[in-house]
Design a protein around this ligand. Sequence first.
Ligand code: RET
Length: 281
Amino acid sequence: MQNLGNSNFENYIGATEGYSEIAYQFTSHILTLGYAVMLAGLLYFILTIKNVDKKYQMSNILSAVVMVSAFLLLYAQAENWTTSFTFDVDKGKYFLNPEGDLFNNGYRYLNWLIDVPMLLFQILFVVSLTTSSFISVRNQFWFSGALMIITGYIGQFYEVTNLTLFFVWGAISSAFFFHILWVMKKVIDEGKEGISAKGQKILSNIWILFLVSWFLYPGAYLMPYLAGLEGFFYSEDGVMARQLTYTIADVCSKVIYGVLLGNLALTLSGNDTMVEAKKAA
Ligand code: RET
């Protein structure tokens, strides 16, 4: 048995069963789609910045910052996949490349370290808090956001070699995650006070999108074990499912979230009354 150290399970699959053409290509394509969407999103957030009142433009700027960081790190993640595995003509499958790096999902975690605080901060530029203090909420978001990612980053190194550490670090990370959810719910509830029904509806949608998309990340962390310790997902299917889950989560939590916040800003700016008037005419 080769010694793959504390590497991710993707390497263990690549060293033993190997990857079929479909599993290898699908993973490669989904990783590529991930960074392509971020570049498209960047263009969208730049082009729509003038639509909203000046005081909401910071939301577009933060979305653009998130897009640049995600584009670069997801590009590195996709390159990491293609250099880690190589095709074996005799066996007709892809195996760990002896000359390449091992594959590690860590690029994503470093991307989140930048993007999670930005995404949490971003909503504070669009909604108005009624009872909570801006500085206190911002600090809680940054503190718990960074610690959630750092503890999860440590945990993911143990996903094959030490499951106790993997689950303990995952549980510590989850405590920070629940704190974030609690603060975010408060921000959204306060934000709904005194705004139009349309604005309230967008905020309700943002909360649902937030909840669903942010829960996908711990799901992808646990992916190899979702069907039991030696279950169905400890296989190339789990590798595909993990990258697919991360990509869907990234598109929802960064791009669609930014678009919804932009729509909310537009509603609050009153610019869309012009659109409404046109529709009525
Ligand atoms: C980890 C470790 C296992 C436990 C939990 C996690 C949560 C991760 C989350 C990440 C969100 C990332 C976002 C990125 C956008 O750019 C770290 C996987 C709870 C919620 C929104």
